[in-house]
Ligand binder design. Structure first.
Ligand code: CA
Length: 507
């Protein structure tokens, strides 16, 4: 009996699993749109996100992860190029880095060049939502071998039924709808189905590794999701309403609140509760689709050799500071969820506290896969943190945003104080502090102490007792901002003949 057991043990130790990690790992890259950290695994008290929470338990959850620019186009180009927006040259929506740095190798392109099958489903680079759903959006064809763009009832069919703060618009403005249709009829549900289709086929060709990118559209506006069950999980009466705040508090620079939009003044408490309910419902609906995709990975026997990434393109306000949506440098808008499940590393349900950036994904994934990355990437590899949650690395993250800049930059012309000139704000997040300079301090500075003020309600920048901290962080943020530019110090300019019609910008 003993000998049989020994033989069985020996045999099992010599059986090479069909997805041995000695092969190059696959990548399943999942990104959600306009999702903040309203997730169960990030401690949100209301969010029902069991599938994303399960991913956090399987891998590493980055507690302090930040985008480089809290707007879809600049953020996505930055993340997928591994370069800050000042080096991609993409500082607005509806543009693609091929117009500025055409020979740069994008993240999935690096995998393609290494022989991977790279596929995209939905939104990876910028899309106008909902108008580009079902199209390639402002995509980079060179990044993919296969592109799938399903469109569900949320595109066109249900648009006339959507409640919106600005009649006729629901892409850039707060808008929502509790749909009577079920998951499988909505765009994100169709995308999950398409991901299953791709994974089933990849499972039959295990000799060729894949990089599958799935870009869900929810919870981006319009917050359209099946009423049953998702809206029912968040009773309207129980939704939180942030207290109304002074629109121009004397201690906060005007530029910091420049993402406020006048139409948001129409929000009554009742509308705020409906808005928050619909946002949460859209998150839970998207979470269910994440679950379908990961289940498919598991069922097809691919999980042991597939790195899973889950993130969002930027954070999102739901009334904090009197702000809604994106384009601020406060924590709620700059912070993103980031989870990495990497077979072969030690992180299983661990939490990394040191600040990290979207920029770090590209060098992390290429290192894990043993693939050559461009020499000019500006992020750091997170592999040390995947093995040891106490590894510190760079120790900070930088987020920038702009204010003003004329009609052609509608999405960034929200600040009323900049006289049409485009100014930039840079915000440095360390473990304890958030320090922000607007126009190199000419349009204000902010200092928030996250040890004592996680909601960033008290700006300490002008307090004499914090002068030393301000001086240190000012030097640090300026050095970090300078390093966001390419070696020649100049932001790459858009080349002649834009690939995308500028009139299609949906603010
Ligand atoms: Ca977005």
């Amino acid at each position: 009996m003993k000998r049989i057991l020994l033989l069985a043990t020996l045999l099992s130790s010599f059986v090479i699993p069909h997805s041995s990690f000695s092969a190059q790992p696959n990548v399943l890259f999942i990104i959600s749109d306009d999702l903040n950290n309203y997730l169960g695994c990030y401690g949100d008290p209301r969010a029902k996100t069991p599938n994303i929470d399960k991913l956090a338990a399987r891998g590493v959850r980055f507690e302090r992860s930040y985008c480089t620019f809290p707007l879809c186009g600049p953020s996505r180009n930055s993340m997928l190029c591994g370069l800050y927006p000042n080096s991609t040259g993409i500082l607005s929506n509806a543009q693609i880095f091929r117009q500025t740095i055409p020979s740069h190798i994008s993240m999935s392109q690096a995998f393609r060049q290494a022989g991977y099958f790279a596929a995209r489903i939905g939104k990876l680079y910028h899309y106008n939502v909902p108008k580009s759903i079902g199209t390639n959006g402002h995509d980079d064809p060179g990044s993919w071998e296969l592109e799938l763009n399903p469109a569900g009832v949320d595109r066109m069919e249900e648009e006339p039924k959507i409640f919106t703060l600005t009649p006729g618009q629901f892409g850039g403005t707060l808008s929502w709808y509790a749909s009577p249709k079920d998951d499988g009829e909505h765009t994100d549900g169709l995308m999950a189905r398409d991901a299953e289709w791709v994974l089933e086929r990849c499972a039959k060709q295990k000799d060729r590794p894949f990089f599958l990118a799935v870009g869900f559209f929810r919870p981006h506006t319009p917050y359209v999701a099946p009423k049953v069950p998702y809206f029912g999980w968040y009773p309207e009466a129980e939704m939180p309403v942030h207290p109304t705040v002074d629109k121009n508090p004397p201690e906060v620079p005007a530029a910091a609140l420049g993402s406020h939009k006048n139409e948001q003044d129409k929000l009554t408490d009742e509308l705020r509760r409906q808005c928050v309910q619909a946002y949460y419902a859209s998150i839970s609906f998207m979470d269910a689709q994440v679950g379908r995709v990961v289940d498919s990975l598991d069922k097809n026997g691919l999980a042991d050799n597939t790195i899973i990434v889950f993130t969002s393109d930027h954070g999102y306000h739901m009334g904090e500071h009197g702000l809604w949506q994106k384009m601020s440098l406060f924590e709620g808008s700059a912070r993103v969820p980031m989870l990495i499940v990497a077979p072969g590393t030690k992180g299983k349900g661990t939490v990394v506290n040191t600040p990290v950036s979207h920029l770090d994904l590209y060098p992390t994934l290429t290192e894990l896969a043993g693939i050559k990355a461009p020499a000019n990437l500006q992020g750091q590899s997170l592999v040390p943190m995947l093995n040891d949650p106490n590894a510190v690395g760079r120790g900070w993250a930088l987020t920038q945003v702009s204010r003003g800049g004329g009609k052609n930059r509608a999405t960034v012309s929200r600040d009323k104080t900049s006289d049409g000139k485009r100014i930039f704000g840079y915000s440095l997040r360390t473990l304890r502090w958030r320090y922000t300079e607007w126009d190199e301090g000419n349009a204000g500075t902010e200092l928030y102490d996250h040890d004592n003020d996680p909601s960033e309600l008290v700006n300490l920048a002008a307090k004499p007792e914090h002068a030393k901290t301000v001086a240190e962080l000012s030097a640090q943020v300026r050095a970090a901002a300078k390093a966001t530019f390419p070696a020649d110090g100049k932001t790459p300019e858009l080349k002649e003949g834009p690939l995308w019609a500028p009139t299609l910008v949906d603010p």
